[in-house]
Design a protein around this ligand. Sequence first.
Ligand code: BGC
Length: 279
Amino acid sequence: MTSTEGAPQGVITAPLLRGQKALVTGANSGIGKATAVALGRAGADVVVNYVAGREDAEKVVEEITAFGVRAVAHEADVSDEQQVVAMVDRMVKEFGTIDVLVANAGLQRDAPITEMTLAQWQKVLDVNLTGQFLCAREAAKEFLRRGVVPEVSRAAGKIICMSSVHQIIPWSGHVNYAASKGGVQMMMATLAQELAPKRIRVNAVAPGAIKTPINRSAWETPEAEQDLMRLIPYKRVGDPEDIAHAVVGLASDLMDYVVGTTLYVDGGMTLFPGFATGG
Ligand code: BGC
């Protein structure tokens, strides 16, 4: 037996995620939407979670089912324990199981520290961190119940946490958001350590500046986009698909040995671009 037996051999002959069941939270817009579509294109059946914006979610479902896979929209607030439990229960009933969780739902409520309300702090922590915890917990229960099904995947399950470059880059005026993403990093690594012996892979994707509604003001005008370029060595703002493709890769068996890692997809934002000329 060679050490590569059973490993992908470099030629992709079938859709990467054929037969897998994926749940993407916050999938009615932005990065979540692109990710849900990309997972469907890669052969997965997809639950499109949203908290508001049913019509947008239904459009994402239509886009995905056009690939010949199944998709359903499911309304749930990821920070509400009962709603998350009910969502994963429904998925297991209707799709049979869950193989991939993309814990993506997130938001910003920006304010300088002296003006930030407790409600703003709490909301961001509730959705961005507690929401990922609740979804990861419910997915992990099902992964453990089912175990590895070799025809489907080498892993019993994959969790991909949507983090941010701000899990490592401090961000003035966004202390709630940066703290939530710092929390996501340590939650991801701890869960990865805890669940790896059960063949569950937990990883994170850390996007930089991606063109989505969350940061419209940062790229909307040519002046703003120009200013943003100071922070991006690769000199372009990212597209949601840049993130979606990273998620598909991490979810697939091509990356079966990637465990507990954060994949930065940021055009080099975390390379300290200010030091290109200074220091
Ligand atoms: C934030 C965006 C921001 C980007 C880079 C993301 O996590 O949600 O608003 O543009 O980080 O700073």
